[in-house]
Design a protein around this ligand. Sequence first.
Ligand SMILES: [Zn+2]
Length: 255
Amino acid sequence: MPLSITAIPAFETNYIWALHNGRDCVLVDPGSSAEPMAFLQSHGLTLCALLLTHHHHDHIGGADDILARHPVPVWGPVDPRIPQVNRPVSEGDQALVPELELQLDVLETPGHTTTHIVFHNDEMLLAGDTLFSIGCGRLFEGTPAQMQASLDKLAALPDQVKVYCAHEYTLDNCRFALAVEPDNPALQARAEQAGQLRKSSHITLPSTLGEERAANPFLRTREADVIDAANRREPGTGQDPAAVFGAIRRWKDTF
Ligand SMILES: [Zn+2]
């Protein structure tokens, strides 16, 4: 059976992604245990690994409970705040899940937290809280320059890569992005589509990297319209992508 990827909703806005083939299953960022355990049971799946992107509780809070019942490999960043990780990985490493014939490359993406990582191949990006659809993570620990460099790494991935982020923030992100780039047709279309999907309580994910590059202002800090908007918001910002990113991110924080 080919790989299926299912969003398991948790808390208010989180998605715990389940990668499965009808028999084995990987869980990404299980912030809670009840929902993913019920998913495994109702689909008759065996857990074979956890993937963790960063230390925030809404991403790892369910891990201890799950691991107590299913002691599996746990791939994640090197960070004492994530003691559950038993397969520590950093930039250039791979996470290997033989049960699903899955090999995922690891990128370090500091910004939201200092040790945030993402997992990807040519088909998927498990983005955690680094990249959201039409948005990006808040800078809790990193600098604008760090986050700009992290997003540059993700923006370099192929157009067709599907973006699996950890929160349903798309519609709110579109509202902000339209304040930055009101005349961007790709963004207008995404906002319309996301509005329709949420009206009927549907998920807006995954998107693709091609779509994000066309409409996500945080991946567009070298575009004239985004530079202009940043400089209207914070005069003197200039054209440096990290400075533009910082101005746009601070704007979003108070939007
Ligand atoms: Zn987070």
